[in-house]
Design a protein around this ligand. Structure first.
Ligand SMILES: [Zn+2]
Ligand SMILES: [Zn+2]
Length: 375
């Protein structure tokens, strides 16, 4: 869909209204990301956005291993008798399901495929990945056959110490003529609690190996590259936002809408439902709209969709390594060694970049992350 000239005008007006208010804007941003594991640069940094536009960006660095504010888990039930309090959720066909013991027991019926057998029929014990090694082998794109028919979970403790994610988010959104689909490698944004808001989980690859990689009740799970991250917004992040709203941001309070973080393109992300349980009205194809008090912003999709945001109306920033300030630079994987010969290891002992972790065609994904001219 092409943005209508009127919306474009509204967006432009909104964005321009904020020009020259960067210091104020920045204060707001710093106020949101209040957590010892999150560092927001005091100054805006010169950056290159994902399509090459030079801009000024907020730089937000999150030490994902040290983000103890986040209460993650549980994911897999241990036994088919476990109830929903001992496990997380699964998203299917637009709906949210509890991955309780009953769900695990019923998988063959649920997916009409009798190859599902995630538990020991004698003891009822669920086959759960129980080590970092198992988590890596079961979560890689071509699931290690040893871990077919497993409930896959990676624990926060598997994330290496000092694993940081650095976000470059344009301080002033750079509008696109045409919305851009949120791709698996771009990510959606970053929540105010420092948790990465991810693109859709690759459920086809997961289910293809007869595995389930549940999300906790907050819509998140862990991989070793980005730590705990969301694939659905279920309401856990609202509390933090609300506490903030009650404070010094009267505008947000008046609107009954709850902001939860920033999208990669610099617009704010709001919950699907407002505080009064109503849904936002007149949303465009990206789930965005313009309100007098909050300006242009997105409302995230319902959790069952496995797609938090559909598209960006402005050029996305990105996650970079170290002090890199360009989103178009060669995207290097995190600097940690992996075992040569592992499918998730690039020769030269680098693990796959997170965006290529769970794709069908790893080679094509890697190629698409090389800068032009280096193919
Ligand atoms: Zn994930
Ligand atoms: Zn709204």
């Amino acid at each position: 869909m092409v943005i209508s000239p009127i919306l474009l005008l509204m967006l432009t007006t909104q964005v321009n209204a904020h020009e020259g208010e960067h210091s104020d804007h920045k204060m707001t941003l710093g106020g949101f990301y209040e957590n010892a594991a999150i560092k927001v640069d005091k100054e805006l940094v010169s950056c290159t956005l994902s399509m090459g536009t030079k801009a000024l960006c907020y730089r937000i660095t999150v030490d994902v291993g040290a983000n103890t504010d986040v209460d993650a888990g549980p994911w897999c039930p241990q036994n088919i008798n476990d109830d929903s309090g001992q496990s997380g959720i699964w998203l299917e066909g637009g709906k949210v399901y509890d991955v309780d013991g009953k769900f695990i027991k019923n998988l063959a019926t649920f997916y009409k495929d009798d190859q599902w057998q995630l538990f020991n029929p004698k003891t009822g014990k669920v086959r759960v990945t129980d080590s970092k090694q198992a988590c890596l082998a079961a979560a890689r794109p071509d699931v290690d056959p040893k871990y077919h028919n497993y409930c896959v979970q990676c624990l926060p403790s598997y994330v290496e110490k000092n694993t940081t994610l650095t976000y470059l988010i344009p301080a002033k959104p750079h509008l696109l003529k045409k919305p851009q689909k949120v791709s698996p490698d771009s990510g959606v944004g970053v929540a105010f609690n420092g948790v990465k808001i991810e693109s859709s989980a690759p459920v086809d690859a997961i289910l293809g190996a007869h595995t389930i990689a549940p999300f906790d009740d907050c819509g998140g799970h862990v991989n070793t590259h980005v730590g705990y991250h969301y694939h659905a917004i279920t309401g856990c992040t609202e509390k933090a936002a609300q506490e903030h709203v009650e404070g010094d941001h009267d505008h947000d309070k008046l609107s009954q809408e709850v902001a939860i973080g920033y999208a990669m393109d610099g617009f704010k992300l709001y919950t699907h439902h407002n505080l009064d349980s109503t849904e936002a009205q007149n949303l465009d194809s990206c789930g965005g709209h313009f309100t007098k008090d909050a300006g242009y912003h997105y409302h995230v999709n319902e959790p069952g969709k496995n797609q938090i945001l559909t598209c960006f109306n402005a050029e996305p920033g990105c996650v970079v390594e170290g002090d890199e300030t360009s989103c178009t630079a060669n995207r290097r994987p995190p600097p940690q060694d992996c075992k040569e010969g592992d499918a998730s290891c690039i020769p030269g002992k680098r693990p796959l970049p997170p965006e290529c972790e769970n794709v069908d065609d790893v080679k094509a994904c890697l190629d698409s992350h090389r800068p032009p001219g280096k193919k």
